[in-house]
Design a protein around this ligand. Sequence first.
Ligand SMILES: Cc1ncc(COP(=O)(O)O)c(C=O)c1O
Length: 482
Amino acid sequence: MSSIKFYYGDSVPLEMHKARIVQKLNLVPVDYRLKAIAIAGNNTFLLKNRDVFMDMLTDSGVNAMSDQQLAAMMIADDSYAGSETFTKLENKIEEIFGKKYFLPAHQGRACENIISQVLVKPGSIVPMNYHFTTSKSHIVLNGGSVEEILIDEGLKVNSEHPFKGNTDIEKLKKSIEKHGAEKIAFVRLEAGTNLIGGQPFSLENMREVSEVCKQFGIILVLDASLLADNLYFIKVREDQCKDLSIREITREISDLPDVIYFSGRKLGCARGGGICTNDREMCLKIRELIPLYEGFLTYGGMSVREIEAMTVGLEETMDENMINQGPLFIAYMTEELQKKGVPVVTPPGGLGCHLNAMEFLSHVPQNRYPAGALAAAVYIASGVRGMERGTMSEQRDENGVEPLSNMELLRLAMPRRVFTLSQVKYAVDRIAWLYENRELVGGLTFIEEPKILRFFFGRLAPISDWQNRLVAKFKSDFADSL
Ligand SMILES: Cc1ncc(COP(=O)(O)O)c(C=O)c1O
């Protein structure tokens, strides 16, 4: 795709694949959507998928699979112990990441549970470029705490910085100086930082982090769940890497950390996860917990069919024309929204297009959850389901105080190779309409608030009857259109 030029008009992302299996979609009428979001407690996680037109909640486990992956699933070796299927994945991990030991787990957070149990003690500190919900929760459950050491530019919603996921090396050194290296359980680097708009780190920055960790004898852990997008951005945005292949960049990255873990629901377009390392002692400590939480060492809670698909998917991730599809569609959507004045995170990252709810709904205070309210409003206006990534996704501290999030984002995930350009245009149209009518949208309040990861199951109610007024305006503007 990168080498394809258009003769007439604007260039658009060109799919380097074709669809051969399709799934029928429903676009239910606006009155129905109003009822559905109320039944779901204004939480898009609680919507039924049959009531959703474009499911942009997540890229997790919902990426399109290739014909090669589906074919591989038919020949899986379904044995509890010593499965040949597992050996293939183990070999692929060693080939791609150069790590000898591979420990399977059923998904990314299972890896986080195990790594935290092995490395975090009460009072431990874990510095990281930026936290992810489940990674932070597991560290906190084990008595540790997270310290964010992202570059300041990373928290600017709009910036020219190509690598907003970079670590601030001075902040890292200060954290080590303040707590002492022995208190630092590990440094965690997240590729394609999820909560700040899928923003990548550069290879150069990762090298610097690794040098500091080596200097102080601190373990470096890479969360590679969103590595595919990050690899693409390194290839196209980092000058020193433009002549390297994706495989070479992967190896440059994977040689730096002591431990790599990933959600296979994202990386490799299958469903599962795993941890890899060259450190035998670390492997042995982690190994003890795998049968306890995940399953025997040659499946780790994954179906062998998914393991086959993951092996093929990881190999396919080494193809630039495969990993560029998400970022190119995201860039298209982000730029089209920008043209219509809709506030979005820039530069466009991986994972999804991110609306800046703090600006979109500047009249809704953070304790009324602007990003959550925007998620509900976008669903009502379009049947598109996004995910709140703001204050609702934070957790109250031990005194019950609710931390306000640095950013209030509505993430519209772009599952890889799933949507067509016309569907993306539909979403842009409805969101632009909503932006013109933004003053109609009000806030939300919790009516049921779980203590841990409240954004998953929490139920909220609208403050005032703003949703009815929004539907009335929709009907007057769109008449009998869905
Ligand atoms: C960066 C990152 N780490 C870890 C996870 C957890 O992975 P899983 O959903 O497979 O448990 C996710 C999932 O969204 C993620 O984005």
